[in-house]
Design a binder for this molecule. Structure first.
Ligand code: TEU
Length: 469
């Protein structure tokens, strides 16, 4: 029997995710920076890590911690200079560590030059690069009504009114994150060249593709059905998650990537898909389809959150968790697809607090148990800075101290729709204490009193269902 063996470095890899703001501050200005990351590469190497994924470090007004990009080709000055970045890439490569960067191209920032041009007039050449629509009508007091009833992931309407041209633009995330109109070919080409090409030409080894399932919106942007009559805006994801042209776009982008790298070099991509069915997952990750190499599923990190509203906790059992986690990898069996395994990232709380126990008695052993779980399952392992030390959630943070735009935006929407003293707000506070996105964003090491490495050495952990195709 001949076994066809086509090994790929990324199938056996352990990838370490770095959140630049809170990893290592090299100049004592209170923010982590790229020089800080470079100074810790030996530590990262020692962990047995094969690649780092560095969260957005590009120029940005930081409404969503850098996921609102004003210039794809410039480093945000607090994080350093382009030279610092090129050095981080070079020093990683010297140590045999690959570098994966975040590709945030469902939207940009209101501060991006392309959006500034687009908003300048209805006839601007870039007007169609974003979704602009006139109001659906006007309230009696003259307030313009958004073009459809979609809600933003971060609370309130997914549309923001622009006085200048008296039209709304679409933002499925924060108001300062206008969605690109991927239907426009010229816009797609500009995105590829600036965000993908620039970094491939500067030697990165791949991309983590932010909200990679949401670029294709259903034509006409129809109203969502009313699933929660108590609030003005509804869940519109049926019309933009895994949409009609999404696979076409990813194939096109992957082809573009090949034009930017030397012969023989391999690029690794991991797409943030979030939700979908088995067919969607296969379509994204089948090697012959040439879209993503692997993807992130949100099923297991959403366990215990109400499907209608994330910030309302519901009971769950160990079995629910195991079945949800299995959705990340079972679909690849007998296929040419590949998968990831993770418990933490910058949008998630600390896994020891979420799925184990962070009491002084149990924190270390509980973290070790979760570490053992993920390195023994199938798929490329992603671990998040501090997870190797069993960092726990922070305790007793007040609402005024919440920094993340999902937390502050949701708070504002609940206050407006239900009131400060409502049951909804009470449940929101309870949920925030467990699952706020800020839990994973506190300074590295900050809350760990006695650091001990909880991960077994990670290199070549091996996969149970090794895929040879
Ligand atoms: O996250 C996308 C995403 O789906 C999350 O916002 C999700 O809704 C929630 O936080 C987890 O349940 C990506 C980035 O990872 C996130 O940091 C950004 O805020 C977001 O995209 C917008 O770019």
């Amino acid at each position: 029997m001949t076994i066809i063996h086509n090994p790929k470095w990324w199938k056996e890899a352990t990838i370490y995710q770095i959140y630049p703001a809170s990893f290592k501050d090299s100049n004592n200005d209170g923010w982590g920076d790229l020089a800080g990351i470079t100074s810790k590469l030996d530590y990262i190497k020692e962990l047995g890590v094969d690649a780092i994924w560095v969260c957005p470090f590009y120029d940005s007004p930081q409404e969503d911690m850098g996921y609102d990009i004003a210039n794809y080709e410039k480093v945000w000055p607090r994080y350093g200079t382009s030279e610092d970045c090129f050095q981080m890439i070079e020093e990683s490569h010297k140590r045999g560590i690959k570098v994966i960067v975040d590709l945030v191209i469902n939207h940009c920032s209101e501060e991006h030059e392309w959006f500034k041009e687009s908003r300048s007039s209805k006839t601007n050449a870039k007007r169609d690069w974003f979704f602009w629509k006139p109001p659906k009508g006007y309230e009696i007091d003259g307030t313009p009504i958004p073009p459809n009833n979609w809600r933003s992931f971060f609370g309130g309407s997914a549309w923001k009114y622009d006085e200048n041209t008296e039209e709304f633009f679409l933002h499925v995330f924060a108001p300062g994150q206008p969605d690109f109109n991927w239907e426009n070919k010229e816009c797609r080409q500009a995105i590829y060249d600036s965000s993908v090409g620039f970094w491939l030409r500067h030697n990165v080894d791949g991309f983590r593709i932010d909200v990679g399932s949401m670029y294709s919106k259903v034509e006409g942007l129809p109203d969502a059905s009313i699933t929660d009559p108590t609030v003005p805006y509804q869940d519109g994801t049926d019309f933009f998650v895994n949409g009609p042209r999404i696979h076409e776009y990813h194939k096109e982008m992957r082809q573009y990537m090949y034009t930017q790298i030397p012969e023989g070099k391999e690029i690794m991509t991991v797409g943030e898909v979030g939700i979908g069915n088995e067919k969607d997952f296969k379509d994204y990750t089948s090697s012959k389809e040439e879209e993503f190499n692997m993807m992130f599923n949100f099923k297991h990190t959403s366990v215990g959150e109400s499907p209608e509203f994330k910030y309302e906790l519901i009971p769950f059992t160990l079995k629910d968790f195991k079945l949800a986690l299995a959705e990340s990898f079972l679909f690849i069996e007998g296929t040419d697809c590949w998968s990831t395994i993770y418990l933490e990232n910058h949008d998630q709380p600390r896994s020891v607090s979420r799925f184990g126990s962070d009491s002084p008695e149990w924190r270390e052993i509980s973290s070790k148990m979760l570490a053992t779980l993920i390195i023994s399952l199938t798929g490329t392992v992603f671990i998040y800075q501090g997870q190797e030390l069993g960092m726990p959630n922070f305790k007793n943070r007040k609402i005024e101290q919440i920094k993340c735009v999902e937390g502050t935006g949701t708070y504002g929407a609940i206050k407006r729709d239900y009131g400060e003293d409502s049951e909804k707000m009470k449940k929101f506070y309870e949920a925030l204490a467990l699952i706020s996105r800020d839990h994973g964003r506190t300074p590295f090491l900050g809350v760990v009193k006695s650091p001990t490495l909880v991960f077994p050495r990670m290199r070549n952990h091996g996969s149970i269902l090794m895929n040879h195709l």
